[in-house]
Design a protein around this ligand. Structure first.
Ligand code: SF4
Ligand code: SF4
Length: 708
């Protein structure tokens, strides 16, 4: 991973009383160290990748403190790591993107929650729910409920977030239960500050090692029958009351008083949006003072019945603001009010929408509905005006722009995965379209135009496994596409081993780009070695590692080819062969081309240095001869590169816009390859841009200008 976190690592060293400035997720990282964490693990994924990335790069400092950091190969490995806290007084934290990561980790989490913990355990979840979400929209709350693990949802404020990390460990220890902390995308990236404490060297660590397992063998620490029957009772009879006691005694949930006789119960993570909505309604000020009382739940599970009843006791009605479905909190609040004979009317999803994010706009609408019913004296016309202005702005923009085109995400400029899909598209023109099962990763961008490939997406590393049912029923071989990240995460066992065991047929394309690119180019077991990367500068370095090929061969894959992605003609030839050969069994194409993002990160400083030192640099750029371009844009339909676009036709006698390559082309060569492989019009040219030209360059240029 070439991105450097030097500044962030420095902030981890801040001591007692110093001020930490930064993002929410880095506040979590610092708070872990302040809590005396012994070990940290996880699997990268937005929006929590930075936590692990920073800790991995801060390895030297972690060693100083005695903190073990592990970049796990999946969320399941990370969850299993927490087993260290079952028998030992060691605090552990792991992180991943939820809901997908929690699904993968579910097995180990169930066992951990059953056995219970001695050392505090904290699971930091990137709650990828809502408008910015990139995975299936489900809530981690369901996992908390089914396993009786506690779930924190801190108010997006750095001091609160850091405080909840420290309380999370203590709550876990007080109730012998793992604690999860969900952080929405906005909470991870919220900027702010808090007063730091000094980092605590953990009592059990790589510097203070354990003598051995506990002297007394305790069978009850295994999540195995008959111990599991007792553990199940302990969860509700001992651990739950202990957790509620801790939450009450330490006031983890916050009550913000207000003068109105109605109240709002909100997930802590939604608090900032709520305050903004109240302000637009004229009911809150810039400092968070609100006329409507608020109970902000920094702990969304378990709820403390006495707290809810006390808050609702003097209110005519309360509104539960809980994002997503189903309405877990609202149902629990309903039971608490009913059991406690609290007369306050209860509202929630009847005022708000069931699925999706609670944006400020939707909160203004929902609050207006609630207040109109239970506080009609409150003037909410300010909110109505804001909503109407917003609509007016949108309508005006639509009128002026005529409706904005859809802009789906796509591959980076020069991405090595794009040429593979160009080749697949070309071959499909001859042999017909196969069923393509996609996977999680950058290559999933091929499901958008111009490739529109991918019929299913069943999870990370699951593409080949998800083709198992389709294959035997299809006239044409199914194709599974998988990144190297997905291959190591799950694909090797769930897909390849299963296919070989069942003597399946089909084609697997493994994108060997060298990193878990979609999550920030984290290292894999098959990442190119450092020497290859420094030698290669801007060149692809992935050919220096053969771990994927060796593993596949060792497992028994007979038909195995490695192809340079950018050679579209060769890729099309090999892919066609895989699809049409009479040979049965799994056919694997390892599509080799280093992630362009990573290559450019390496190349840019080298070029900058060369330029500043006056050294000759050469940059390749592709272009389109506008006189030759026919304007049919078949090149664009085969590429999708954002720097290959259209412009007005300079010829007044021709109306179709011509193709053009704009600034930003990294000269990956795909344009030339596509033109050749697809026998496109000869309008593409390759140019070499020379900076700091030498004597030979200048002489050649002089000769050329004479001949022009
Ligand atoms: S991050 Fe790398 S692999 Fe992903 S789209 Fe960009 S260049 Fe391609
Ligand atoms: S050569 Fe073509 S595909 Fe490659 S970066 Fe340039 S415009 Fe994009």
């Amino acid at each position: 991973m070439e991105r450097q976190f030097t500044k962030e690592i420095e902030s981890l060293r801040l001591g007692e009383g110093e001020t930490f400035h930064g993002e929410g997720i880095l506040a979590v990282t610092k708070a872990l160290l302040q809590s005396g964490v012994s070990y940290v693990g996880g699997y990268q994924g937005a929006p929590v990748s930075h936590l692990l990335d920073v800790m991995v790069q801060a390895r030297e400092y972690m060693d100083e403190l005695g903190v073990h950091v592990e970049a796990c190969t999946s969320e399941a490995s990370a969850a299993a790591m927490l087993g260290a806290s079952i028998n030992y007084p060691a605090r552990g934290a792991v992180t991943w993107k939820s809901i997908v990561g929690t699904n993968v980790a579910a097995d180990a989490l169930s066992y951990l929650a059953s056995a219970g913990v001695m050392g505090g355990t904290l699971i930091v979840l990137g709650e990828d729910y809502g408008e910015g979400g990139v995975v299936a929209q489900e809530r981690s709350h369901a996992f908390a409920l089914k396993s009786l693990m506690w779930l924190l949802d801190p108010r997006p404020n750095l001091a609160t977030i850091a405080g909840m990390v420290e309380h999370g460990f203590a709550l876990s220890e007080a109730s012998s239960t793992p604690v999860m902390m969900e952080l929405r995308i906005r909470a991870c990236h919220v900027k702010g500050s808090f007063v730091a404490k000094k980092n605590l060297a953990p009592p059990v660590s790589t510097r203070h090692r354990l003598d051995g397992p506990p002297a007394e063998f305790v069978y009850d620490r295994l999540a195995h029958p008959p111990a599991t029957f007792r553990q199940e009772k302990l969860k509700s009879e001992v651990r739950l009351p202990a957790a509620r006691r801790y939450i009450t005694e330490h006031r983890l949930n916050e009550v913000f008083a207000g003068s109105e006789k109605v109240g709002l119960v909100v997930q802590g993570g939604l608090y900032n949006s709520l305050i903004r909505a109240l302000k637009l309604l004229g009911l809150a000020d810039d400092f968070g003072g609100s006329r409507v009382p608020i109970l902000s739940l920094n702990v969304v599970y378990p709820l403390v019945p006495e707290e809810i009843a006390a808050f609702a006791g003097d209110k005519a009605a309360i509104l539960v603001l809980e994002e997503g479905q189903p309405e877990f909190i609202e149902q629990e609040v309903a039971a608490i009010l009913r059991r406690g004979d609290v007369p306050a009317r209860l509202h929630g999803k009847d005022c708000m929408h069931m699925a999706g994010e609670y944006s400020v706009e939707s909160l203004v609408r929902g609050l207006s509905r609630f207040l109109a019913r239970h506080a009609p004296h409150v003037d909410t016309s300010g909110g109505a005006r804001w909503l109407s202005d917003l609509k007016g702005t949108r309508d005006e923009a639509a009128r002026l722009l005529g409706g904005l085109p859809v802009r789906p995400p796509g591959f980076c400029v020069g991405c090595p995965e794009r040429p593979v899909f160009s080749a697949m598209k070309l071959v499909a023109q001859d042999i017909g379209r196969p069923h393509v099962s996609m996977d999680v990763g950058c290559h999933a961008f091929a499901s958008f135009e111009p490739f529109s490939q991918g019929n299913t997406l069943l999870g990370y590393g699951m593409s080949l496994a998800s083709a198992a049912g389709v294959g035997p029923m299809s006239a044409r071989r199914p194709v599974a596409v998988m990144g190297d990240g997905g291959f190591w995460h799950n694909g090797l066992l769930s897909g390849v081993a299963s296919n070989l065991l069942n003597k399946g047929d089909g084609v697997l394309v493994v994108m060997k780009n060298g990193y878990a690119s979609a999550t920030g180019t984290q290292e894999l077991i098959s990442s190119p070695p450092d020497e290859a990367r420094s030698e290669a500068a801007g060149q692809s370095a992935v050919h220096a590692d053969r771990t994927i090929e060796d593993t596949l061969a060792g497992l028994g894959v007979k038909w195995l080819r490695t192809v340079n992605n950018y050679e579209v003609g060769e890729m099309a030839k090999v892919y066609r062969e895989a699809m049409t050969t009479p040979e049965k069994g799994l056919k694997v194409i390892v599509a080799e081309g280093e992630c362009q993002l990573e290559r450019q990160r390496r190349l840019r400083p080298v070029v900058a240095r060369n330029l500043s030192e006056g050294r000759r640099t050469l940059r390749v750029k592709y272009g389109v001869d506008e006189d030759t371009c026919t304007g049919d844009h078949s090149c664009i339909r085969l590429s999708g590169c954002p720097t290959l676009t259209v412009k007005d036709n300079p010829d007044p006698l021709r109306r179709d816009p011509v193709a053009t390559v704009i600034e930003g082309c990294v000269g990956c060569g795909l344009c030339g390859e596509n033109a050749h492989a697809a026998v496109l019009c000869p309008s593409f040219y390759r140019a070499e841009v020379v900076q700091n030209p030498n004597f030979l360059d200048r002489s050649l240029e002089r000769i050329r200008s004479l001949l022009r």
